[in-house]
Design a protein around this ligand. Structure first.
Ligand code: ZN
Ligand code: ZN
Ligand code: FE
Length: 762
């Protein structure tokens, strides 16, 4: 008989709620090893007896054969004498105070469950809450750890005998699937009109489909919140939804049943296909085919559409193809304007009543709100625009061990971030912090993350802008709880976000090109066109765009023609009615704005690249008034004439980048009747070339070869591509975002990195 040995194994990473214990159970049985496995709040523990070589093989297989949804960080093995186990068992969870472990994001419906959903012989045939160990809700239903049914919103549903039998059978694919449910014992769906319940179960779904087919708007409860759905191929239905949601031009997200249907509207390459079909199921921005059946009103003045595939069984049933049924539905968040997405049934009755004709509800609770994620592809990989459902709360790895830090993020597209060990838990999308509802969603989110990840922040990082709600929260909390707080400059945070996700070590020095709309500068000016020589702890602003008055402050952001006028004044060009920006506004408005520029009243100064895009967009006749963020730049990017090689040139003097020559050339081209597409292209080329020249000059002074691109302007794919091309040609190593957005959605990660390094004295 072989000599017996023993081992104590501890595994960390995403190993709960992903079928890890049954996998260990099956593996141990296959190798005839004895002992037990259990979840703890800190990971998975295994005690096991067996011959030494077999134990070694077991440990190796743990890493190699782990279930698809798990992500192992570490397997710690300790040898010990055999314990004399006679069987292998799964034992109950144990709570270790203060320990934590990563939580799985929500996972889209798996192919096994999809098959059962559509199989008339299956007991879960057409059951909209079918799930298993490999799929279903996770993050949105978890109230606390360890991940057990009693600590989720599935708590009120008592399992029926059949579900209970599956749940305890290690050979069943629903073994310990916490949200396990069936038509007998699980959540139910129903349809409400005007507060009255008019249909149940499959009938409710069929009635909802009928309403959508008739051009109505149906609100439906999804995974992380309610959506508003309507026929995306009907101009009338889409226009109706826009009117009710008070959303004028901002594009809507779309959902189709399968890839083939999406391909009738958009060109989908392999990378995009992989993203559409990934477990995360984000909205993927795709280039639109000219003959797409999608209504123009879905994404006015854009060449792209944002599509996703169904990610819950309810979506599958709602989207099922049928002759005469829309091939695509608008699937937009259930909220008014920029309020947080609705998650509770009562809240839906109140807030979505006026926005929809019927509400498809269910009784599985949503504990944490998450919006759909949005991505596009760049250089054959994912380039995130909004990191939320499916990705959060999976952590970003830090290149160092961090203290516990809370970073509160910015004002627009807010996310917050908590760090611990070598993890940065960047939150789901919170939204624009401009109303009470979003602020409370932010506060609840922070409290929830601190609880589930057992983080007690030793420091709070915040943006320098004194009026940001997040900044106020940080300062108040710092005062109240006696936690030190550290202010981080907005663009420094952007650059550090990109540095940290690229794994740069502390002490690394980079040249950061931070281009965005708005960020509070050291000098009280609104920055946004900055070149920073930066490390995680410090930065020097080596170049920046010359500043320009923003007549009327926020009014200038909503009215790009005001910036056009400011630049014309700076360039000493006369007002000319043939310049499109001035055909659209009254003489009186022009007079007021000119007065603001002269007096400086309610006219902050800005060095923002976003605002320069606005000015040029208006000067060239593309967009004079906006109703969503960055609209003027987005509409300009959409019409760039890709064949155009010409460019304008900036003037560079003493670290200041002056766009006056660019403005003069734009006006000249407008007057000589060049197309908007050509002017847009020349402007994009000019900015890319300017970045290259400035970086070359900065390298001559500093020797730095690493250029980091961050800030919302880098969501402009045309500009990103042209700039990277130029920088690489000049021999630079270019780093940009892959895991978190370049926009303010990634800001908190950078703030956390800065605070962490400063705290450690790095
Ligand atoms: Zn499944
Ligand atoms: Zn059941
Ligand atoms: Fe920003």
């Amino acid at each position: 008989m072989t000599a017996m040995d023993g081992a104590r194994i501890h595994i960390t990473g995403v190993v709960q709620g992903v079928g890890f214990r049954p996998f260990v159970f099956a593996l141990a049985n296959r190798m005839a090893l004895k002992g037990w496995v259990r979840n703890t709040s800190a990971g998975v523990d295994i005690e096991i007896d067996g011959p030494r070589e077999v134990l070694n093989g077991f440990v190796e297989a743990l890493g190699k054969e782990a279930p698809p949804l798990s992500r192992i960080d570490e397997i710690k093995v300790e040898s010990r004498p055999p314990d004399g186990f006679t069987s292998f068992e799964i034992v109950y969870s144990k709570t270790i105070p203060d320990a934590f472990q990563p939580i799985s994001p929500d996972v889209s419906l798996c192919t096994d469950c999809l098959r059962e959903l559509l199989d008339p012989g299956d007991r879960r045939f057409r059951y909209p809450f079918i799930n298993c160990t490999n799929c279903g809700p996770r993050f949105t239903i978890i109230k606390d750890i360890p991940y057990d049914r009693l600590k989720t919103t599935m708590d009120p549903f008592e399992m029926c005998a059949e579900c209970a039998a599956e749940y305890v059978d290690p050979c069943d694919r629903r073994f310990h699937a916490q949200p396990i449910a069936c038509p007998v014992c699980g959540p139910q769906v129903w349809l409400e009109i005007g507060g009255g319940r008019i249909a149940e179960g499959d009938d409710a779904i069929q009635r909802a489909r009928q309403l959508i087919k008739e051009g109505k708007v149906v609100a439906l409860k999804g995974l992380g919140g309610f959506h508003l759905a309507c026929d995306a191929t009907s101009e009338e239905a889409v226009a109706g939804l826009r009117t009710r949601k008070l959303r004028v031009d901002k594009p809507f997200g779309l959902m189709s049943y399968d890839l083939e249907t999406i391909e009738t509207s958009c060109v989908v390459n392999q990378i995009e296909q992989a993203l559409l079909e990934s477990l995360e199921r984000p909205i993927v921005i795709l280039s639109r085919r000219p003959k797409s059946p999608i209504a123009f009103g879905v994404a006015p003045h854009q060449q792209t559409l944002g599509f996703m595939l169904p990610y819950t069984p309810l979506h599958v049933l709602l989207l099922e193809p049928d002759p005469g049924y829309p091939s695509a539905l608008v699937m937009t968040s259930g909220n008014l304007l920029e309020e947080p997405i609705v998650t509770q049934n009562d809240e839906a009755r109140e807030r979505l009543h006026g926005l929809s004709d019927a509400i498809l509800m269910h009784d599985r609770g949503i504990h944490l709100r998450t919006d759909d994620s949005v991505v596009q592809t760049f250089e054959d990989k994912v380039y995130p625009l909004r990191r939320s459902r499916g990705y959060a709360p999976f952590p970003v790895q830090l290149p160092w061990e961090s203290e516990t830090i809370l970073a509160v993020g910015g004002e627009m597209k807010n996310t917050f971030c908590l760090t611990r060990d070598h993890f940065a838990f960047l939150s789901h999308h919170i939204g624009d912090m401009q109303n009470f509802e979003t602020l409370s969603s932010f506060e609840q989110g922070i409290a929830h993350f601190e609880r589930i990840f057992r983080i007690d922040p030793a420091m709070i990082a915040y943006d320098l802008h004194p009026d940001y709600m997040a900044t106020r929260y940080a300062l108040e909390r710092s005062e109240r709880e006696g936690i030190p707080a550290v202010g981080v400059q907005h663009h420094h945070a952007h650059i550090c976000a990109a540095m940290v996700e690229n794994g740069l070590e502390p002490d690394t020095q980079v040249l950061g090109v931070a281009f965005d709309g708005t960020g509070f500068g050291d000098d009280g000016v609104i920055w946004g066109g900055e070149f920073l020589l930066a490390t995680y702890t410090n930065y020097e602003r080596v170049y920046h765009l010359s500043s320009i008055p923003m007549p009327g402050g926020d009014a200038a952001v909503r009215n790009p023609w005001r910036l056009a006028l400011a630049w014309l004044e700076r360039a000493e060009l006369r007002l000319d009615p043939t310049i499109p920006a001035f055909g659209v506004v009254s003489d009186e408005d022009i007079r007021i704005v000119l007065q603001q520029i002269t007096s400086g009243l309610n006219t902050p100064q800005t060095t923002s690249m976003g605002r320069l895009f606005d000015a040029v967009s208006s000067l060239s006749g593309i967009c004079h008034h906006t109703n969503y963020e960055a609209q003027a730049a987005i509409e300009m990017e959409a019409i760039v004439d890709t064949g155009e090689r010409g460019e304008y040139s900036f003037r560079l003097e003493d670290g200041v980048i002056d766009p006056v020559p660019v403005i003069q050339s734009v006006v000249k081209d407008v007057k000589s009747g060049h197309s908007k597409g050509r002017i847009a292209a020349r402007f994009h080329n000019a900015v890319a070339l300017m970045v290259q020249s400035v970086c070359v000059e900065a390298r001559d002074d500093s020797g730095i070869e690493k250029v980091v691109l961050s800030g919302g302007v880098w969501q402009n794919m045309v500009l990103l591509q042209k700039t990277i091309h130029g920088l690489r040609k000049a021999g630079f190593q270019v780093l940009y975002h892959r895991q978190v957005p370049a926009n303010d959605g990634g800001l908190a990660l950078g703030q956390a990195a800065v605070a962490s390094c400063r705290k450690a004295g790095r």
